[in-house]
Design a protein around this ligand. Structure first.
Ligand SMILES: NC(=O)c1ccc[n+]([C@@H]2O[C@H](COP(=O)([O-])OP(=O)(O)OC[C@H]3O[C@@H](n4cnc5c(N)ncnc54)[C@H](OP(=O)(O)O)[C@@H]3O)[C@@H](O)[C@H]2O)c1
Length: 313
């Protein structure tokens, strides 16, 4: 059997990161997690890191304020997965990711890098609306740095995290499914893709030693999780045995909400608009340069959304 890669997770205590640590250990990889010096007195982060260690992970101390510590950390592994936070850290996150790319370039030993993507494919969002396009533009800057440095990569396009998009029935401003009413985007029939976050990590880890995913974008688009908002609501209605009262909002009305919102909310509106009105997750065929995860790994029993939603009952 081929030797499994050693994996370093940067951002391991985060929402996606902790699942990546779990999946990496579960799939038998020697797993390292960056323990940033800056966490200081954050007892929850420290306890989580210690729990990773108890499960078999190795903690590597390092800091983005000490570049050599990043290079040294990277030198110990074959694969680096970055799960640092997204839009709310904006340009700060961009600079940190670029610094990590530089460390990987200097270390010179990494066989695969997964940058912090895990969403809409930024390469398809060249015409995205302001200000939400910042997310895609920044991810493309990181991609360019990776590719200019000749670092082998896999980009994971994870579509909609179920915790944000399915539990809420894709409503903004809530994480819990309503039991009385829901607002549909337009006719509610545009197809999105909803993904259990643990499955995202399982698929991502599957790609790292797979030659089929080298220098490719892997789209997580398992067929039964390609659902319109209306279909998602239908699954919930079946579970609660009740029909929700439905209203609808047009694209123009939805975009008009943006005025008066703060920056992060405006970014969110843009992303929702592209997903639920444009259909940006499903309005293209995966062509050359891309692979679909459930086709590559049919053995993964991915979570269907009627199962996922049961946790809210
Ligand atoms: N498709 C979707 O629906 C969706 C939803 C949410 C997020 N995402 C994407 O998933 C990726 C990960 O997001 P997330 O929500 O998991 O992130 P998160 O939980 O907000 O943060 C992840 C980690 O980022 C690191 N971090 C935060 N601030 C930092 C700083 N100043 N310096 C260094 N490290 C810092 C921390 O790592 P430590 O462990 O080192 O402390 C933190 O645990 C992002 O690219 C995001 O765009 C996609």
């Amino acid at each position: 059997m081929a030797v499994k890669s050693r994996v370093l997770i940067v951002g391991g205590t985060g929402y996606v990161g902790k699942r990546m640590v779990k999946a990496s250990l579960a799939q038998g990889h020697t797993t390292y997690v960056l323990r940033r010096r800056e966490i200081g007195l954050d007892i929850d982060k420290l306890q989580m890191l210690l729990s990773f260690k108890a499960q078999g992970a190795h903690l590597i101390e390092g800091s983005f304020s000490d570049h050599q510590s990043l290079v040294d950390a990277v030198k110990q592994v074959d694969v680096v997965i970055c799960t640092m936070s997204g839009v709310h850290f904006r340009s700060h996150n961009l600079m940190l990711q670029l610094q990590l790319v530089q460390a990987i370039k200097e270390a010179g030993n990494v066989k695969r890098f997964l940058p912090s993507e895990f969403g809409i494919d930024p390469a398809r969002m060249a015409d995205a609306l302001e200000p939400g396009r910042v997310t895609f533009d920044e991810k493309m800057i990181v991609r360019k740095a990776i590719e200019d440095a000749g670092i082998p990569f896999t980009y994971i396009s994870a579509n909609c995290f179920a915790g944000y998009f399915a539990g809420s029935l894709s409503q903004m401003g809530t994480l819990i499914p309503s039991t009385d009413k829901v607002c549909l985007y337009g006719d509610g029939n545009v197809k999105a893709v909803y993904m259990d976050e643990d499955d995202i990590a399982t698929y991502a880890i599957k790609t790292i030693d797979d030659p089929r995913t080298l220098n490719k974008t892997v789209y997580l688009r398992p067929p039964e999780n390609i659902l319109s908002q209306r279909e998602l609501v239908g699954l919930w209605e079946k579970l609660i045995r009740k029909e929700l009262e439905k209203s609808s909002i047009s694209a123009e009305e939805f975009l008009a909400i943006m005025k008066g919102l703060n920056f992060a909310e405006q970014v969110g509106i843009g992303h929702f608009y592209h997903i639920f009105f444009d259909g940006c997750l499903t309005n293209f065929e995966i062509g050359e340069g891309g692979e679909e995860a459930s086709k590559l790994y049919p053995e993964v029993q991915y979570t269907r959304m009627h199962e996922y939603l049961k946790r809210y009952l």
